[in-house]
Write a protein that binds this ligand. Structure first.
Ligand code: AMP
Length: 481
């Protein structure tokens, strides 16, 4: 967590690692390519080569930061990497991961996906005792805790440190002796384990394995620590299985790639079912179903299959526009929508059009898209969202704005339709969303829809600096988080 309030961290990330393969950094580089959708603003790789760590981190896409010359410097048979969707500004590079340090026990590198909800408290406590932090990200507290641990054994030091942190963490740790994959007890973020010949690989999503030809074995379990070293693989539990896991349902709705297995099941299947159930719940007569690409494609296909209304690509996305450019201000964000999307007029002109997207956040993208479809001559426009209304911010690693900026938190359905200038707007129900998940035994975090936060926390409000807790957010007394 960030202590500098102007430097709000956004911790949508992807992680990947491999232990025991020649040219490990090349393989991690390829895996990061496969995980690029999880973070476009920074990336890094740390490799291990007979006792020496090599590190390259930078701002931008994987293709911007790495090339054949600098990859050669990342020698060794083990490496971990990270892609990050973070803040802009001068501090971005110092916050790039993997974090790598040399301390009393030797070398340690850490890649983290998620968001620790008590990092600020731990950091203040450590700083009071003289700790000096190099970054403003939450992940660094874990390194301090491990370094300060009085446990003799390194794994015991890791376990005692993990016992102190709360929130969402899928982690990769690398030392001179091992690579360790960890997933928090609630299992918020995904983390998959695979094999490539004799080497073990770990990645946020299985699409990274497909790219390098690795075989998916299973997920790292919530509360599990998988240790890979010269003796092979060991599984340890650092926390008992919690009664109710809290897998992030938004990974299946929006964030992950549809060709990945997420939480062990097909993300594509989940999204297609979301679209099918959406069609059942929000029937409307129309001539064509078009997705907002890429996020709405799978659900739109499911919607079309269920409703029998033809699917078509009425919107074309320019894939060469990065999120980086679109980020800073509202005016540039508006302009960015036109850069990103264009209409195929023949598909929408004179038609009753159903537009399917996965979610509404601020509503800005949809409003612009609707305007363009209208200008292209659509007769009616019906907006359909393959998730329930996003009305609460996420504190476990998904980048949503403050509650005030979330359109569903501040507007009724009617007001949203008026704002978007659509003939109708309808969301998927909470029950419908859960029914679409391929494994009905799994439990999902739904905090962004319900405000029920599965892990309690205290958080400093961004503007006032005032301390608030989950309880207050749930009670709706604080709306500007
Ligand atoms: P908005 O215009 O603010 O309503 O944004 C809606 C678009 O943002 C949809 O197309 C979503 O796919 C996408 N989206 C949803 N969640 C996120 C997120 N956490 N980060 C970035 N984009 C998102």
């Amino acid at each position: 967590m960030c202590t500098d309030k102007s430097d709000k961290p956004r911790e949508e990330c992807g992680i990947a690692g491999i232990w025991g393969a020649p040219e490990a950094s090349n393989l991690v580089y390829l895996m990061l390519y496969g995980l690029q959708h999880r973070g476009q603003e920074g990336c890094g790789i740390v490799s291990w080569d007979s006792g020496t760590f090599h590190s390259i981190r930078g701002r931008g896409l994987v293709a911007d930061v790495f090339d054949q010359h600098n990859l050669v410097e990342l020698k060794g048979a083990a490496a971990i990497g990270h892609v990050r969707y973070s803040t802009t500004g001068s501090s971005a590079l110092k916050n790039a991961q993997p974090l790598a340090v040399e301390y009393c026990r030797g070398n340690l590198a850490v890649s983290h996906n998620g968001n620790l909800v008590n990092a600020e408290e731990i950091r203040h406590e450590l700083e009071a005792y003289g700790s000096i932090f190099q970054t403003t990200i939450d992940t660094e507290v874990l390194i301090h805790l491990i370094a300060r641990s009085t446990k003799k054994n390194f794994l015991d030091a890791v376990v005692s440190s993990l016992e102190k942190i709360k929130g969402a963490y899928s982690l990769l740790l690398m030392t001179n002796d091992e690579m360790i994959a960890v997933r928090d007890p609630q299992g918020f973020r995904p983390l998959a384990l695979g094999k490539l010949k004799d080497a073990y690989v770990v990645a946020s999503e299985t699409c990274a394995f497909d790219l390098i030809g690795a075989e998916y074995i299973r997920d790292v379990e919530p509360g599990e620590m998988v240790v890979v070293d010269k003796n092979g693989l060991r599984s340890l539990r650092f926390a008992p299985a919690v009664e109710q896991q809290a897998l992030c349902v938004f990974e299946n709705i929006y964030f992950s790639r549809p060709d990945s297995l997420i939480f062990g099941t097909s993300c594509w299947k989940a999204r297609q079912s979301l679209g099918r159930i959406l069609a059942q719940e929000t029937k409307v007569e129309a001539d064509v179903v078009i997705p907002v690409p890429d996020s709405g494609v799978c659900a739109a296909i499911g919607f079309s299959q269920e409703s029998g209304i033809p699917f078509d690509m009425g919107l074309i996305r320019n894939h060469y526009v990065g999120r980086t450019f679109i980020e800073p201000s509202q005016s540039i964000r508006d302009f960015g929508v036109k850069l990103k999307f264009n209409i195929v007029k023949d598909i929408v002109a004179g038609k009753r059009v159903i537009v399917v997207d996965d979610s509404l956040v601020r509503g800005t993208t949809s409003r612009k898209i609707v305007k363009m479809i209208r200008q292209a001559g659509a007769k009616e426009i019906h907006m359909r969202l393959s998730s329930p209304p996003v009305a609460y911010p996420c504190f476990y690693g998904m980048d949503f704005p403050t509650r005030q900026e979330l359109i569903a938190a501040t507007h009724s359905l009617e007001e949203i339709a008026t704002y978007l200038r659509v003939d109708s707007v309808a969301y998927l129900s909470l029950e419908g969303m859960l029914a679409a998940m391929p494994d009905q035994k799994q439990n999902f975090c739904q905090a962004c829809f319900t405000g029920n936060y599965p892990v309690d926390f205290q958080k400093r409000a961004a503007k006032s600096g005032m301390c608030v807790s989950t309880k207050e957010i749930e009670g709706d007394r604080i709306t500007n988080l």
